[in-house]
Design a protein around this ligand. Sequence first.
Ligand code: ADP
Ligand code: RBF
Ligand code: MG
Length: 148
Amino acid sequence: MTTSLPYFTKGEVVKGFGRGSKELGIPTANFPIEVVQKLPKNIDTGVYYGWTQVEDSPVYKMVMSVGWNPFYKNKEKSMETHIIHKFEDDFYGKILKIVILGYIRPEMDFSSIEALKETIWEDIKKAELELERSDFQQYKSNSFFSQQ
Ligand code: ADP
Ligand code: RBF
Ligand code: MG
């Protein structure tokens, strides 16, 4: 499961269903299917954390959901990154880079949107804490994020 980590990848931010911001208040930058298909086989569906960057922005903490979102029963596998930073504007079409460093939990179904939201907020808190670990700082300053 975690033998392929750290995993570095990048791709364009594309439109999803528009549910992240509107229904959950937690926007997620979606990758195109080609980026999803490149994921190594042993990266299971579920919730992960790591570092991310939108083009030449600073490197921020992120949480990511990989899979079919059982609560919404999506037909297509998705890879969605919630950046732990407040942006003033959307950034569709920009290049997003990520490094996945750790696994939090499998994808789950929920009985309400509230329960899903609460669990995602727990994931965010966990990611914020884990990413303070000293062995994860080197990835924030990795040359992957400074190269074009
Ligand atoms: P979609 O279904 O199109 O992915 P979302 O409601 O999930 O729509 O919103 C995601 C979009 O919001 C991103 O593509 C990005 O342009 C913007 N956005 C703004 N702030 C953030 C953030 N902190 N993390 C991720 N995306 C963000
Ligand atoms: N969707 C689910 O159906 N089950 C989950 O357990 C789940 N966990 C998530 C964890 C995080 C950190 C994030 C950012 C999203 C998660 N989602 C989950 C996806 C959520 O349903 C999705 O972002 C919205 O539907 C918007 O596309
Ligand atoms: Mg999204």
